[in-house]
Design a protein around this ligand. Structure first.
Ligand code: CUA
Length: 313
């Protein structure tokens, strides 16, 4: 597991596409900009000192010619540096957007105000993209409403989700870990609380996870969870799906395997009992403007529905 500052920084790439951009484009560009800044600052200092000496000396006919040469040389250097950077940019862009191989895993990522729907064929989940380490994953980007932008910060560059347009973004995780992603295009009131996690794991455990996601929710095993399921079906099922039950709402995230996810409300809160209960009672205080209304449940019903949600592994 990477330390948090490496899991959330674009300058510590955990993915092949971003590594390429940082090594072959960002680093040379930063080095060139730093060298040019030092050169310009040095030349400015030198000119300031020299101007004092020149002001005291009589007019030199050679000065005008010298100036013309200096300006021409500086212009030629600027053009040369920009052309080299343009060349780097084109070659890196071609490499990072190259057509993925046939074994690439395809995942449909649909932006909603303000959460992410994640689909692997028939498997539907939310706000957490699991990927196998070392395999190219193509995120097929869709939007349900306005423009969003998928930014798996330490793995790949970002790309917009535009209504009616099918963009795709490749990433290949180079090491296991949990990496943060963020919506990177202002999309309304809760844009800032539209995050996701990329969980990169060994191919074997990724396959086990995917197999688990294909399963229907297990029926509640005790009275508390059974009561919680009844509460869920009468209060939550119009907007949320739990596969294997009559709950089949599509407005909010699919909750079939909610308990296996690390966060709720698109990375806003850790997935704990207390946070779940607070979110169900009063989502508008936590995420004002979110489309989930407050659900004013009696304490016993709230306790039961949280107990039920915790069985959805
Ligand atoms: Cu979605 Cu910003």
């Amino acid at each position: 597991m990477s330390p948090w500052w490496q899991a959330h920084s674009a300058l510590h790439p955990n993915g092949a596409q971003l590594s390429l951009i940082i090594d072959r484009l960002w680093s040379p560009m930063f080095a060139a900009a730093a060298a040019i800044f030092a050169l310009v600052a040095g030349a400015l200092g030198w000119a300031l000192l020299r101007r004092r000496a020149a002001a005291e000396a009589p007019d030199d006919p050679g000065r005008e010619r010298g100036m013309r040469w200096t300006v021409s040389l500086a212009t030629a250097c600027t053009v040369a540096v920009l052309l080299v950077l343009l060349g780097l940019d084109i070659s890196v862009s071609r490499a990072t957007t190259a057509a993925p191989g046939r074994d690439a895993l395809r995942v449909v990522v649909t932006g909603h105000q303000w959460w992410w729907e994640i689909r692997y064929g028939g498997v539907v989940t939310a706000n957490e993209i699991h990927v196998p380490v070392g395999r190219t994953v193509v995120l097929e980007l869709r939007s349900n409403d306005v423009i969003h932008s998928v930014w798996p910060i330490s793995l790949s560059p970002k790309l917009d989700e535009i209504p009616g347009k099918n963009n795709s973004l490749s990433l290949r995780a180079e090491r296991p870990g949990v990496f943060r992603g963020q919506c990177a295009e202002y999309c309304g009131h809760q844009h800032a609380k539209m995050a996701f996690l990329v969980v990169a794991e060994a191919p074997g455990s990724f396959e086990r996870w995917l197999q688990g996601q294909r399963e229907l929710a297990a029926p509640p095993a005790d009275d508390l969870a059974r009561h919680g399921q009844q509460v869920f079906l009468s209060s939550c099922a119009a907007c949320h799906t739990v596969a294997g039950t009559p709950a089949s709402g599509r407005a909010g995230p699919d909750l079939t395997h909610l308990a296996g996810r690390a966060t709720i409300a698109a990375g806003t809160l850790a997935n704990t009992r207390g946070n779940l209960a607070g979110w169900i009672l009063d989502p508008q205080t936590i995420k004002p403007g979110a489309y989930m209304p407050p659900i004013p449940l009696a304490p016993a019903d709230l306790h039961a529905v949280v107990a039920y949600l915790e069985t959805l592994r």
